[in-house]
Ligand binder design. Structure first.
Ligand SMILES: [Fe+2]
Ligand SMILES: [Fe+2]
Length: 468
């Protein structure tokens, strides 16, 4: 463990001076990017943050006040398992690779760059949210998510620098050059170019888009390229917090809305400074659909190749019996001349859909918990996950129109109903009108309930962010 090194790490970086120098050259560029594109207006404040200091499940994090630019972004891989073999695909049973196999170099680099690009992208998307945080507690959580996305970028850049030579270093530079939402040099994936400029968006993003991240990381944690598997395994521990921010964030909005609906006997809680359930539903529809796109096309030769090569597996690959999938099929509803018909797709080509299935199930569990809160509040209203075909821009359902229930509809109907299903300009203006910073510790904005507990045993009134 080299915790006091310029770049904290558990990969014995000092034993590889060439790599160390390359990363130390990238470090100031990263910091420049963080100052330009990281949280705006809070870089000098003391934030009560957790910092990764090991990968030991019992005590991997340290909590203290840190100024964000001084955060100790480190490189942490879970320990190597001796005798680990590739768990799936054509190379199943072979020893895992500790170097990049030449024939898979391009594919592996693409996987790592695509994952790596999402990390700085989300920091960019969220950079102005601090100015309207609904509480000091939420402000701290935002910054925790942001610094950890920065660490995830470090994780991917470490792989690029260590295993991909000059083109890896070039890719690492480009990860700092692209910008979320920029017309000329956008981030790679669609959802990471969408604005995330209010806190309802932020919670939906951390609930649904970070959860796509979880499933991508779970699939990469199965990789036969061992350094990638070991890196992503540790990233998952941090990702869990991001999703809990999203789930509890939306949950607290739902709590507040339900409380007002009951107290005021009025569904229109907007006039009481809260967010009405139909608006929450529209934001949910939007973020579920753009996050579903991140899994890629339903039928994908890339996905088949990743699986065949042993680069990207399924979520918990060991829970399956067959790891080769040479004669298995996935029954998929595809659109043929405007009608949905079921087709049998070779399973390897349906890998994105298999991963999306697990994702949707996981999302549903979260929605169920929000609905439980509505039920407990004595309300009959429920939130619903939109169908996977709804509002898709990628894959076999893109270019077609479906209702949130997944029923095919005409373009005219889509245009007519769109504003009932997705946030309108007016909805967004309303949500934005609620966004004002609440800076007194322990106090909450009018549209969100309090969290059940503070951070690391601290009370809710704790000063999680101290102004400089
Ligand atoms: Fe991340
Ligand atoms: Fe995340």
């Amino acid at each position: 463990m080299e915790l006091d090194a310029k770049i904290p790490n558990n990969v014995n970086l000092s034993s590889d001076p060439k790599l160390q120098r390359a990363l130390e050259k990238w470090q100031p560029r990263f910091l420049d990017w963080w100052m330009d594109m990281g949280p705006e207006g809070f870089q000098k404040d003391d934030v009560y943050l957790r910092t990764a200091i090991s990968v030991d499940p019992a005590g991997w994090a340290h909590y203290d006040y840190v100024k964000m630019p001084d955060y100790r972004w480190g490189i942490f891989l879970t320990p190597q398992q001796s005798g680990r073999v590739i768990g799936f695909g054509d190379n199943q049973g072979q020893p895992v690779w500790n170097e990049v196999p030449g024939e898979f170099r391009t594919q592996l680099r693409r996987l790592i760059v695509t994952q790596g690009d999402t990390e700085p992208a989300s920091v960019e998307q969220q950079r102005r949210l601090g100015k309207t945080a609904p509480s000091v507690f939420d402000l701290r959580n935002l910054f925790q998510v942001n610094v950890e996305e920065g660490r995830h970028l470090w994780a991917m850049v470490y792989l690029l620098h260590s295993y991909f030579g000059r083109d890896g270093r070039e890719e690492a530079e480009e990860l700092l050059d692209r910008r979320s939402g920029d017309r000329d040099k956008p981030r790679i994936l669609g959802a990471f170019n969408e604005p995330c400029d209010d806190w309802l968006n932020f919670y939906m993003f951390t609930m649904f888009t970070d959860r796509d991240g979880k499933y991508q990381l779970l699939a990469l944690a199965e990789s036969g390229f061992d350094p990638l598997a070991r890196t992503t395994k540790f990233m998952l521990t941090e990702e869990a917090f991001h999703m809990s921010v999203g789930e509890t964030g939306v949950g607290r909005i739902v709590d507040r809305t339900a409380q007002l609906m009951r107290e005021k006997k009025d569904d229109d809680v907007r006039k009481h400074g809260a967010i009405d359930l139909p608006t929450i539903q529209k934001y949910l529809n939007f973020w579920v659909s753009v996050s579903s796109d991140l899994f890629g096309g339903e039928i994908s030769t890339n996905a088949a190749q990743y699986f065949a090569a042993g680069l990207k597996g399924r979520n918990r690959e060991e829970s399956y019996d067959d790891h080769k999938l040479l004669d298995s099929f996935y029954s998929m509803e595809v659109s043929k001349e405007g009608r949905l018909v079921t087709e049998e797709i070779p399973l390897r080509n349906a890998m994105n859909e298999v991963l999306r299935d697990d994702y949707i199930e996981d999302c549903q569990r979260g929605v169920d918990r929000w609905n439980k809160a509505l039920e407990d509040a004595g309300l009959s209203d429920r939130l619903k996950l939109p169908h996977r075909r709804f509002h898709r821009q990628i894959g076999i359902y893109s270019g077609l129109h479906f209702s949130p229930e997944g029923v095919p509809i005409s373009e005219e109907e889509w245009k007519r109903k769109r504003g009932e299903w997705l946030p309108t300009d007016e909805d967004q203006a309303f949500v934005r009108s609620l966004m004002h910073a609440v800076t007194e510790p322990g106090k909450m904005a009018s549209w969100i309930g309090p969290p059940r507990q503070g951070i690391k045993g601290k009370p809710l009134e704790f000063e999680y962010v101290r102004k400089a």
